[in-house]
Design a protein around this ligand. Sequence first.
Ligand SMILES: *[C@@H]1O[C@H](CO)[C@@H](O)[C@H](O)[C@H]1NC(C)=O
Ligand SMILES: *[C@@H]1O[C@H](CO)[C@@H](O)[C@H](O)[C@H]1NC(C)=O
Length: 223
Amino acid sequence: MRWPAPISPRRSPLLLFGLLVALYTTPGAFSLRLVTLDTIEIFATHEWFVKPTVVFRCNGENKTYLPDVKEADTLYTFKGEESWQPLTELPENKCKRCGLFEEDVFKDDVFDEWEMCSSDFKDGKYTRFKENQFNATFLCPNCTASTGDHGNREPSSELETKKASIAVIIIVSVLASVLVIIALFVGYKYWQKKKRERDQARFLKLFEEGDDLEDELGLSNEL
Ligand SMILES: *[C@@H]1O[C@H](CO)[C@@H](O)[C@H](O)[C@H]1NC(C)=O
Ligand SMILES: *[C@@H]1O[C@H](CO)[C@@H](O)[C@H](O)[C@H]1NC(C)=O
């Protein structure tokens, strides 16, 4: 028996499109690793007479001015929504060389310069401390390393990846079931049609045989 193709060409682009939409809307599948400044305290300034201008910069990127940070030995806390946030975005498996500087007309003074990596974030938090210079905490909820999920913190990316893959598995199984159901339905309809045709053919044959019989009967009547 010849089976019809399970999906008609008209239907398959729609299914593909649906799968893509499902992938793109899966939470966490494409989340950005945005780094924000949580707290900062500077212990010294390099300027003697004017208020310092503190900037954060990663190699090859623009400077981010921290306009509020003016006094030494004062803890500044941020909400992460300030106009100059986020500071930067981290790639998945690569570090960025970033630093804190004090802007100077001639050459910026360096508080510290280091490799910032997603794997340094524990529970989405990373503290950078340099003696006599500064103590800063950075947040990156989607960065990889995690030691568990604590209540109000956003879920770590590891957890999110797991959730995303489970979502993909569910979507794929649902799509597969739908395909199987469509295939079965099409197959059943096809079988029904064939059966009807076969029945019709048998009926017609019977009818013709009946005609022959009638002819014979007619012939015998005439006699
Ligand atoms: C850096 O700043 C320049 C000028 O303000 C802007 O045109 C450019 O898009 C910025 N680049 C990034 C990566 O933000
Ligand atoms: C740095 O700042 C964080 C947050 O304010 C604090 O928990 C930590 O103890 C500080 N570390 C040092 C060495 O001062």
